[in-house]
Design a protein around this ligand. Structure first.
Ligand SMILES: Cc1cc2nc3c(=O)[nH]c(=O)nc-3n(C[C@H](O)[C@H](O)[C@H](O)COP(=O)(O)OP(=O)(O)OC[C@H]3O[C@@H](n4cnc5c(N)ncnc54)[C@H](O)[C@@H]3O)c2cc1C
Length: 554
């Protein structure tokens, strides 16, 4: 009997995962993967670290070769072979051999499209000059690293302050390259809320990356040797290397031409089984549209984590009667920026409001481990919940401490529909080297519940500068004089907590809103209680205190 034939298009994360899973499900399956690229199954997420020299050798990026796939799994991988057409009626693909231009047709019983995504290159003046790169494949990374290794990259301009741009900026800086980064919107890390993103931005600047936000790159100047200057809305900047990292677009033209339906995001529409609208054709990875678990709406999250998951499901379902499915994802992400890590799951405050939720948020800095245990570091958590149902909608965590564990806890909780009451009672592991007795996740949930139950009123730092400017607030810093002296919020006055009772006549009872500031919030909370007892009505705590205040200090 003829073997069932599976063809997979694309051989990076989703394609190879899908093929391997299908083969495990059905050992006698005839599996062919076609890849336009020479390199397959590589660690795309590791590319910035190869540029930075943290990953030393090229071979460390290349997870598996076609020979290994053939030998260990009986999967045939055709590199430098582009699929140019899918004939859905005859169940055939047309394949162009990019080395000898030969065209061959291959029949399939099942087809998985894993064509991924491509960096967006805007039509800017002279964008095709030499030494202007995007970073997607190992070939890009090899070329960039070679320039750095040869001392040819002294001044770099990175265009785009998303994860890839930031990781590249950090790694180039490690290699001694002067880095200027441009971001069009007002802050880096656009999916994050402003106060978290600015915290990261300040840290990157402290580490020597010149960051210019809210400005546009409009073109490039150079000669036959390559780029020399970057032209922007704030003047021109010298550069011998440019990295364009302003986002990716799903590779869907092949699917679209075959009549495969695209979704509202422009990526391939699949159901929870990774099936497209055409029978026996599945899709997975960066080329497909996802569902956001919080909103239930279509969203596009081109990420390695999701690509592997969807690839595995497509691989199983195309050959097995035991169907696997994926209801949706949260867009959970994490990035390391020098000494700080930033992570996000679910909706940002901005997106939650856009989606019509009535939200309440809180910002809480904490130690990641017991304060008396050596090596403990700070992390600041922003938690976002629905005001009516108390359902957790999203979280963002930033700091020098461990952020991956708490973000994964919150992602898990959101996935299972947790509310704040549930999140605040989780039974989490504790010993001093690992956590605090009340872990940050529990504390932040309790503080948000306190806020929702009107036990305390807080103000997010993002709302404060404008209020100070409009003279709507009286900012009272209750830290010790020496702490206030080192740095303080503009226009704030210092009344240390132990002097508050005697000096409270200095605070107008019926004037502007009183904003109480301390290092992280604890002393401000005590002061809040005291002022409330003394009859002050309009009092708020600055959430995150001076620790998480990302704006200018005096
Ligand atoms: C620098 C960088 C850092 C990243 N860091 C992270 C991270 O930390 N965490 C995370 O979750 N994600 C990260 N990602 C994203 C992650 O790498 C991608 O989500 C993942 O590689 C997507 O896998 P994929 O198989 O869907 O698509 P791709 O990796 O895009 O692979 C698709 C393949 O299909 C080939 N192809 C396309 N069309 C055809 C055709 N017609 N015929 C034959 N072949 C074709 C392409 O050439 C490509 O080789 C990062 C990406 C980059 C570039």
């Amino acid at each position: 009997m003829a073997r069932e034939r599976l063809i997979v298009i694309g051989a990076v994360a989703a394609g190879t995962k899908a093929a391997s899973k299908a083969k495990r499900e059905k050992a006698d399956l005839d599996v062919k993967i076609f890849s336009k690229e020479e390199n397959i199954s590589y660690a795309g997420c590791g590319l910035p670290y190869y540029i930075g020299g943290i990953i030393k050798e090229k071979k460390e990026l290349l997870v598996r070769t076609p020979e290994i796939f053939k030998k260990e799994q009986d999967i045939e991988i055709y590199i430098k072979h582009e699929v140019t057409k899918i004939n859905v009626n005859e169940k055939k693909v047309t394949v162009l051999n990019l080395e000898n231009t030969e065209i061959t047709e291959y029949e399939y019983d099942k087809l998985i499209i894993a064509t991924g995504a491509t960096p967006f290159v805007p039509p800017l003046e002279n964008v095709n000059l030499k030494n202007i790169f995007t970073l997607r494949s190992v070939t890009d990374a090899f070329a960039i690293r070679e320039m750095v290794d040869m001392g040819k990259a002294k001044k770099a301009v990175v265009v785009g302050g998303g994860f890839i741009g930031l990781e590249v900026a950090e790694n180039l800086k490690h290699r001694g390259v002067d880095v200027t980064l441009f971001e069009l919107v007002p802050h880096i890390l656009p999916p994050f809320d402003e106060e978290i993103a600015l915290f990261a931005q300040n840290h990157m600047k402290e580490k020597g990356v010149d960051i210019i936000t809210g400005e546009k790159v409009t073109g490039f100047e150079g000669d036959s040797e390559g780029v020399k200057r970057v032209i922007t809305s704030v003047g021109s900047f010298e550069a011998d290397i440019v990295i364009l990292s302003i986002g990716v677009r799903p590779n869907v033209s092949l699917a679209k031409a075959a009549g495969i339906e695209l979704g509202v995001t422009g990526a391939i529409k699949v159901n929870e089984f990774m099936e497209t609208n055409i029978k026996d054709i599945y899709a997975a990875g960066d080329c497909i549209e996802n569902v956001n678990l919080v909103t239930g709406k279509a969203a596009w999250y081109p990420m390695g984590s999701t690509s592997n998951k969807t690839g595995r499901i497509a691989g199983q379902n195309c050959v097995s009667d035991l169907k696997d499915s994926l209801e949706g994802v949260l867009g959970t992400t994490i990035v390391k920026l020098f000494d700080v890590s930033a992570a996000k799951t679910g909706l940002s405050e901005r997106d939650a409001i856009k989606e019509g939720f009535e939200v309440e948020t809180v910002l809480v800095p904490m130690d990641d481990r017991a304060h008396y245990y050596p090596g403990h570091k700070n992390i600041t958590t922003k938690l976002i919940a629905d005001k009516k149902t108390h359902k957790v909608l999203g979280a963002q965590i930033i700091g020098e401490g461990v952020v991956d564990k708490p973000i994964d806890i919150i992602a898990t909780a959101i996935t299972f529909g947790a509310d704040l009451e549930g999140l605040s009672k989780l039974d989490l592991a504790y010993a001093p080297p690992f956590s605090t007795a009340m872990s940050s996740t529990l504390v932040v949930s309790n503080v948000l519940l306190n806020k929702l139950n009107q036990k305390m009123e807080g103000i997010n730092p993002a709302k404060l500068p404008e209020k100070i400017q409009r003279k709507e607030v009286n900012v009272v810093d209750v830290r010790e004089e020496v702490e206030f002296f080192i740095s303080a919020i503009p226009e704030s006055v210092n009344i240390p907590i132990n002097e508050l009772e005697n000096r409270c006549e200095e605070i107008n009872k019926d004037g502007e809103t009183v904003i109480l500031v301390c290092k992280v919030g604890r002393r401000a909370y005590t002061a809040y209680k005291k002022l409330k007892e003394l009859g002050y009505k309009d009092v708020k705590i600055l959430e995150g205190g001076a620790t998480a205040y990302p704006y200018e200090m005096k």
